[in-house]
Ligand binder design. Sequence first.
Ligand code: FES
Ligand code: FES
Length: 165
Amino acid sequence: MTESPQDCAKCEISLTVNGKLHNVHAHPMERLLDVLRHDIDLTGTKEGCGEGECGSCSVLIDGVLVNSCLIPVLQADGAKIITIEGLASEGRLQVLQQAFLDCGGAQCGICTPGMILAAHHLLSKKPQPTLEEIREGLSGNLCRCTGYMQIFEAVAEAARQGGAT
Ligand code: FES
Ligand code: FES
């Protein structure tokens, strides 16, 4: 099949997402957020502001917490990416996810995947954070529903249970 000029501008990009290799055909400047949601069908990662301000689109790239709405997919070529779907195990909620449910840390849910990724990142580096460290660790993630205290309590509860995931 003849490729259109638009197709020609695409390139093959390899992403290992939640342990599974995906080769996608995408424009280099396409947002990683869109490739995850539309090409790989992982819709757990949410778009809030689309401008790098809210953290709803947070994912881990090679262990670094990033806003996927700001990452051109080419920048992630060859990287290992963890999305919210990668934190559930065999369909079971893990400690952190259950703590968000139990403590009322998830309401409308738009911020929740990003919050949980940020909390996972924090707890994997600092298993017993202080409240101040929890606030700091989640400072890049905005929530307009909860007032934050339930979220901080959820992270503290997960820490008490020893669960970064
Ligand atoms: S949607 Fe990416 S930071 Fe808000
Ligand atoms: S639960 Fe609605 S934005 Fe956080």
